[in-house]
Design a protein. Sequence first.
Length: 220
Amino acid sequence: MDSADAILGSEQAARDWMAATFAPSADQWMRLEQFAKMLLAESAQQNLIAASTIPILWVRHIADSAQLLALDRDRNGLWLDLGSGPGLPGLVVALLSERPIMLVESRKRRCDFLRAVVGELALAHVEVVEAPLERIETRPAATISARAFAPLDKLIDLSARFSTESTRWLLPKGRNAVKELALLPQPWQNLFHVEQSLTDADSQILVGTGQITDKKRGKA
């Protein structure tokens, strides 16, 4: 199949893909719908998502987040979502799996929203941490995601201490994925490959496995 043919081009296509990929239960669908409603309502109060994406919420935000879980369904353990913002992808992952999720977000109003969703949807396996990443105690993460957190080199440098030899990195980087990857030290580049986004023909996802160590950083 040509990559262009695989792009989810409508809200119904996004829902159909999620049904085929995850087979959500009736309760999961209900909570996904409720999250979508809460996201839209809160976006009228603060800038959570771009207004242009509201008509394609399921493609641009729900399925866009869920595709990261589809790339990481073979493992358990802590999922660390950096710069979680409105809970994308972390809350979508939490609604589709029982993985323990840590949502890291430094902005109070966004954390208030995240906590409201966690409470409303009874997501006991989700922890909201209101702090800059630099202040968070180091712990091993099975998965590290960051949808819109920082330039790639800074992102990896800040989050490296959470990685292990088996950590999966899931980093959507839009149309600049290959360019950003090429700017990294070669040892970092070797951990990653590029996946085509299912929701945008111009977007790509950097998928990596491994630990960033001082040696891999190229230090003496």
